[in-house]
Design a protein around this ligand. Structure first.
Ligand code: BGC
Length: 347
């Protein structure tokens, strides 16, 4: 079967490779791959050598954002032939650490976790793949190709889930949410915030293209400068990974705000930080700033429910480019109007 493979850090090696059928050791559920989504992590793997192939392999089957159709599943798995599924990215470390022992692999403490398509495990960028039933998340059939958005939505669902957990510390009646960055993570964070009935502002630097209109269609406000915020936010979901924005935002929040950082960037921005002033502000305002990576099983379920509820026409606008399997390396080249680029594994 055909697969999207490369040697991490060597973009020139990216191509379609004929590989064997998916190993049974990957799990009892056999899936026909439909689409994979491309994110910054894939670009980092290809260009900067982030991630690693499975032990003993030179090449990695890329992609961790998946969508497929079940070809075979055990009778007691809750899955049937034809079901739409997406695969979970992370696997617990084999030791396992305390968190992984409780299936909280997204909180792995020793760093020995593995990730499909990223770290020491082949990904979902192949015509067929296998997973254990536990790692196959069933999607609403009505989502069709939009189901490929499940994994980025799971990352956002975790951000909200963690925000809720932190919010239990005291009286909490949030009204205003700020989302920084109108890429897929920012857009999906704004969607989940609107599903909660909150007033949402999305910040991004672009003034044209699909993003401003999509934000408005959600019933949210679009701004290109933090000076234009309608109100100090109670919750911030930061999805740019740009350091100066992170620190600027910390200084503009409402008392008791919760700031969730989901993005990272290869940038090397150097800014002068008024460290004492930032410390004072965080202390005197009970502010919480926390990081969030990956997602646990319940976050995948929350994400599947959120996508099932969402307006499909709005979600469809997030997928701005489809690249056929044969030309998949083109999907790694960022175009100015890209939001989510997907590879069509059937084309
Ligand atoms: C993925 C996460 C993963 C992280 C670090 C992100 O792009 O969405 O699932 O844990 O990269 O490898």
């Amino acid at each position: 079967m055909k697969a999207c493979t490369l040697v991490p850090g060597d973009l020139a090696t990216a191509g379609v490779e004929e590989i064997g059928e998916p190993p049974e050791a990957d799990g009892e559920v056999l899936v026909e791959g439909l689409f994979v989504g491309v994110c910054g992590t894939d670009v980092e793997i290809a260009k900067d050598g982030y991630g690693q192939p499975p032990p003993g392999h030179k090449r990695l089957v890329l992609f961790h954002e998946s969508l497929g159709r079940v070809l075979e599943a055990p009778a007691d798995s809750g899955l049937a032939t034809g079901d739409l599924v997406a695969g979970v990215v992370r696997r617990p470390d084999p030791q396992p650490c305390g968190a992984c022992a409780q299936d909280q692999w997204d909180f792995c403490r020793n760093g020995e976790f593995t990730e499909r398509g990223i770290k020491a495990q082949d990904g979902y960028g192949s015509e067929r793949w296998r997973v254990a039933p536990k790692f196959a998340i069933k999607l609403d059939a009505g989502l069709g190709p939009l189901g490929v958005l499940l994994e980025p939505t799971s990352v956002v669902a975790k951000a909200w889930d963690q925000t809720d957990a932190i919010a239990k510390r005291a009286f909490w009646a949030p009204e205003h949410v700020l989302v920084t960055g109108a890429g897929p993570i920012g857009m999906l964070a704004a969607l989940l915030a609107r599903q909660r009935g909150l007033a949402v502002t999305v910040l991004d630097r672009v003034t044209d293209g699909a993003k401003p209109a999509m934000v408005r269609e959600l019933g949210a406000t679009y701004v290109t400068s933090l000076d234009d915020l309608p109100a100090p936010p109670d919750v911030v979901i930061e999805a740019t990974g740009v350091g100066p924005i992170v620190f600027d935002v910390i200084g503009r929040c409402a008392p008791n705000a919760i700031v969730c950082l989901t993005g990272i960037s290869p940038g090397t921005h150097a800014i002068e930080l008024k460290a004492d002033a930032i410390n004072k502000m965080i202390v005197l305002e009970n502010e919480v700033v926390f990081g969030s990576v990956n997602a646990g099983l319940r976050n995948y379920q929350q994400a599947a429910a959120a996508l099932a509820l969402a307006d499909k026409a709005w979600l469809a606008q997030l997928i701005t480019r489809r690249v056929p399997l044969a030309e998949w390396p083109r999907a790694l080249d960022r175009q100015p109007d890209d939001i989510k680029v997907v590879v069509d594994l059937q084309a």
